[in-house]
Design a protein around this ligand. Structure first.
Ligand code: HEC
Length: 130
């Protein structure tokens, strides 16, 4: 169990192959996020029309938080479970729940959702504009 915890924790904090992680993040982004936020994150995906509030421009996350990409805040926004508990429903799906269901029954089911969200956040970091 300790071994499992260590591996999961290391993966979650980033001690994994970075190239594989970037591939994972961009693939997950294309699959789950681009429909609303657009392929480059500008909020111009095909499903964006009609959403109120509109999907955010994810290329300005760092600029809007004082010039620093706040990975923890971005991961919390993606996961969504705390935001829903505190503020009620939102337009965006609650990805923490979606990814938890996706990995249910897998050996590292407790950690894989966090690794998914972290990989996506790392991908979003690469999209930031000054
Ligand atoms: C069904 C459309 C939709 C999809 C799919 C979607 N989002 Fe969103 N997203 C939204 C909307 C709408 C908002 C604005 C806040 C809200 O939910 O009401 C938002 C807000 C956000 C925010 C906060 C933006 C800000 O400006 O602070 C982040 C970060 C984000 N989304 C990331 C993602 C990621 C990563 C994915 C894929 C895992 C994703 N979104 C998929 C619609 C979507």
């Amino acid at each position: 169990m300790v071994g499992v915890l260590a591996v999961g924790t290391l993966a979650a904090i980033g001690c994994v192959d970075e190239r594989r992680d970037e591939a994972r993040g961009s693939a997950l982004y294309a699959l789950h996020c681009a429909s609303c936020h657009g392929p480059g994150g500008r909020g111009d995906g095909p499903n964006a029309a009609g959403l109120d509030p509109p999907p955010g421009d994810l290329t300005t996350l760092a600029r809007r938080s004082g010039g620093r990409f706040d990975e923890t805040a971005v991961m919390m926004a993606i996961d969504g479970r705390r935001a829903i508990a505190q503020h009620g429903p939102r337009e965006m799906p609650v990805w923490g729940t979606v990814f938890a269901a996706k990995h249910e029954g897998e050996p590292f089911a407790a950690y894989e959702p966090t690794v998914d969200v972290r990989a996506i956040a790392d991908h979003l970091r690469t999209l930031q504009q000054d």
